[in-house]
Design a protein around this ligand. Structure first.
Ligand code: PLP
Length: 459
């Protein structure tokens, strides 16, 4: 097998890329972020080719979506075959085989949850939105608990749950009332100011919910659900202690509240298990999936205990949700991902070891954490441990120029979320490029300054 490496023949953005960016910048919505001027022509496995013939190593998978790698032949064939048959008939009103089979398949994940039912959506945010409706409908209660640093999407209900970047909420109000935000359990940055990784259970924000919020602010009988990412995604790839999720489960059981795991980013094999819940031994009442579920085709899912998905005929639906081509892509994706789980765990450990080795030599890396191929490195000002946001932005840009696609999250974390098909060779190539970037970049000064505005290229 030939070993591939990134190849940057024309400094990006090259002339073909510039022409496309120019049109985009003239006509597309200014709300798009455009992290760096990558203009994609095609992809294959973990490799992405731009319109000027450059080859990039992808360690962000289109925001943790290209689970099976770019254009995996099994997934592409399933899409072709489905498209040849029919493109649409509407799963809300009629029946087709791929829709029923996908619901059956997703109802069989996490057997400890017991019998389940599935609602198919087009995206993660729609899964969140539907789960909000389901939780209120089932419990007849109105409040929901969400977490600081959490991200759940861009629709009105989802942005009401978000608490990671103010720009996602600013001037869109009034948002959904009755959302209670409490701190997420972050072992590196404890809300009570403990030293990194030194907290005891007393700092557990779940206990704060019980001892403070449910005593002083809201009667738990009026709380419909707790929405939590079992591993914080956009908020910085934070792995909470298992006791955080265990306490949330106990609190939900005590008060008849629904526990909703938003596994839009952490699910579908990303952590080396099909869902991150399996690492913590805690089962939710409602499990949300999207992103990697169909390798990039738009699909999401609300997977709920049968005893919870009690809304009646006509109470929720979708014209496109569970489109036949997307369902076929999802069924093929699940087959491929099931075969990758061992390798994800193994490659993930190799990646963690490599990053921890870099951490010993580059004090700008404050924390390295991860499970499987959901790995984050938090960059800090070595003197103050404040987030080095501007540094991370420069690092992302420099890596891109060297043929490595990275994406930040949180205030100053680089997430390593490659397609699940990467192996040790790709990890080693990535680590070498990263090391070169760290050698070239000046240490952060005034790193508490906000991140520079979107790095969209000026042409
Ligand atoms: N939930 C989580 C945890 C996410 O990370 C995201 C997207 O990043 C969403 C929901 C929203 O998904 P989508 O962009 O498909 O609407």
């Amino acid at each position: 097998m030939t070993m591939l490496y990134p190849e940057v023949k024309v400094a990006p953005p090259g002339p073909n890329a510039r022409a496309i960016i120019e049109v985009d910048q003239r006509y597309s919505s200014p709300s798009y972020i455009k992290e760096y001027p990558l203009v994609v022509e095609r992809g294959e496995g973990p490799w992405v080719y731009d319109v000027d013939g450059n080859r990039f190593l992808d360690f962000m998978a289109g925001i943790a979506v290209a689970s099976t790698g770019h254009s995996h032949p099994t997934v592409v064939k399933a899409i072709h075959d489905a498209a040849d048959r029919f493109l649409h008939i509407c799963g809300t009103d009629f029946y087709y085989d791929a829709f029923s089979r996908l619901c059956e398949r997703l109802a069989s994940v996490l057997p400890e949850m017991g019998p389940k039912r599935v609602f198919l959506t087009n995206s993660g945010t729609e899964a969140v939105e539907g789960a909000l409706k389901l939780a209120r409908h089932h419990t007849r209660s109105q409040y929901v608990v969400a977490f600081k640093g959490g991200f759940h999407g861009r629709t009105m209900g989802a942005i009401s749950l978000n608490s990671s970047k103010v720009a996602q909420r600013a001037f869109f109000g009034p948002l959904l009332p009755g959302v209670i935000h409490i701190p997420y359990a972050n072992p590196y940055r404890c809300a009570n100011g403990c030293a990194p990784h030194a907290c005891g259970d007393a700092c557990n924000p779940a206990l704060m919910l019980e001892r403070e919020w449910f005593v002083n602010h809201v009667d738990p009988r009026e709380v419909a659900a707790i929405f939590v990412e079992p591993i914080l995604g956009e908020g910085g790839y934070v792995i909470p202690p298992a006791s955080f999720l265990q306490h949330l489960r106990r609190i939900c059981d005590t008060h008849g509240i629904l526990l909703v795991f938003d596994e839009v980013q952490s699910g579908i094999g990303r952590t080396g298990k099909m869902f991150a819940a399996e690492h913590f031994g805690v089962m939710p009442d409602i499990l949300l999936s999207a992103k990697g579920i169909a390798s990039g085709m738009p699909l999401g899912a609300i997977i709920a205990r049968e005893s919870v998905m009690t809304w009646p005929r006509g109470s929720h639906g979708s014209t496109y949700g569970g489109n036949p081509v997307c369902c076929a892509a999802a069924l093929a994706t699940l087959d491929v991902v099931e075969g990758l789980l061992d390798s994800v765990r193994d490659t993930g450990e190799h990646l963690l070891r490599g990053l921890r080795d870099l951490q010993t030599r580059f004090p700008v890396i404050g924390d390295v954490r991860g499970v499987g191929l959901m790995v984050g490195a938090e960059f800090v000002d070595p003197a103050t441990r404040e987030p080095a946001s501007a540094y991370v932005s420069e690092l992302e840009q420099l890596a891109f120029l060297k043929g490595l696609l990275l994406l930040s999250c949180g205030k100053s974390t680089i997430r390593f979320a490659p397609p699940l098909v990467v192996g040790k060779h790709e990890v080693d190539v990535m680590l070498r490029i990263l090391e070169t970037c760290l050698q070239e970049l000046a240490l952060p000064v005034a790193s508490t300054l906000p991140r520079p505005a979107a790095a969209g290229v000026k042409i």
